[in-house]
Design a protein. Structure first.
Length: 335
């Protein structure tokens, strides 16, 4: 099974570039920028990665991102992740980045976007990996701040495909961002949002009805509401499930209790993703491997998860078809 998963062609649809920051690289970049961090060693920093909830994690995640200063830093971070993709047969990835995490501390928007997008271009050339970018608004900040970010992004519109909504969910419902999502859609960005990770089913309803999202990040709590499940299926929206994130942030106690299989059996379109792999103990393949073991998924189910990852990506129909053909060939030779 592990070999089957490792070689399975797949896409990753829920990944925060700031969440790929491995302690080794973090220390290296901090040193390069003469920034003192609160931990004496890589091991000590890793030990701090034990979380009670989303906010616990976010506090340490924003601290880590604070050492990123130059375009080269953003390039190195992104290229390092794309090399991991190549090792795992991730053929396509949709990378979220949080501009406000950086612009709020004085880093220029263009430094962030140029570093990330240069790494994407190089990986396309050197590693044959396809990637696109999702600019995520931080929901703990104001809608006004999100509007400012939207404006800053416009000169770089050709490099960004979608907009997302992340950070502290509870108390920051999608309704807070209706206007900026409407304006983002007008600019041609595809809307997605984190919803129903810690927030209840109402947060998902709002993301659907008010933000008109085309994919749901997490969405675990949709199972609280039968009507909502029906609506998600009717609208043919996929859920980007992040199993190791869910256990790390105590959204789910144990992987054995994860509702992924229930969701699949209900007809919800689901995908497996890593969210913030440096913090949650596993890249995307480890998420597949651990979930397969915990829920006893068979090869056909793994194939469907990988197929969904291409089908519900934001690639053109022709590119989706090319990747799905590659997947189909792999599956028929390795059943
Ligand atoms: N930012 C990075 N990871 C996140 C998550 N799992 N939920 C909300 N915001 C995030
Ligand atoms: Zn996320």
């Amino acid at each position: 099974m592990e070999t089957f998963i490792n070689n399975l062609p797949k896409a990753e649809l829920h990944l925060h570039i700031e969440g790929t920051f491995e302690p080794e690289l973090l220390f290296k970049i901090a040193k390069r920028n003469n920034i003192k961090i609160n931990y004496d060693s890589v091991e000590e920093l890793r030990k701090a990665y034990a979380f009670d909830c989303l906010q616990d994690f976010l506090d340490i995640y924003y601290q880590g991102a604070g050492v990123l200063i130059t375009e080269q830093d953003f390039y190195d971070l992104t290229y390092h992740y794309l090399e991991k993709c190549a090792e795992q047969n991730v053929r396509h990835t949709e990378i979220m980045f949080d501009p406000q995490t950086h612009t709020e501390r004085g880093i220029a928007f263009e430094t962030v976007i140029n570093g990330i997008s240069k790494a994407v271009e190089d990986a396309q050339q050197n590693l044959d990996i396809s990637a696109l970018l999702i600019m995520s608004y931080l929901r703990h900040l104001s809608e006004e701040s999100a509007f400012k970010t939207l404006e800053q992004s416009l000169p770089f519109k050709d490099k960004i495909t979608a907009v997302g909504l992340d950070s502290s969910e509870k108390g920051n419902p999608p309704s807070k961002f209706v206007n900026v999502f409407e304006a983002s859609i007008k600019e041609g960005y595809i809307p997605v949002a984190h919803a129903g990770e810690e927030g209840d089913a109402n947060y998902i309803w709002e993301a659907l009805d008010l933000l008109e999202i085309k994919r749901i990040d997490h969405g675990n709590n949709c199972l609280q509401d039968e009507e909502l499940v029906k609506e998600i299926i009717k609208r043919d929206l996929a859920l980007t499930i992040c199993p190791l994130s869910n256990t790390a942030l105590q959204v789910v106690k144990d992987l054995k209790d994860h509702s992924l299989k229930i969701m699949m059996d209900l007809g919800l379109k689901t995908t497996i993703n890593s969210d913030d792999p440096a913090y949650f103990g596993g890249q995307v393949n480890q998420n597949y491997i651990d979930t397969q073991k915990a829920l006893n998924l068979n090869k056909e189910e793994l194939y469907h998860l990988a197929k969904n990852s291409f089908q519900y990506s934001f690639l053109s129909e022709s590119k989706k078809a090319t990747f799905i053909k590659e997947l189909d060939e792999y599956y028929s030779n390795n059943k």
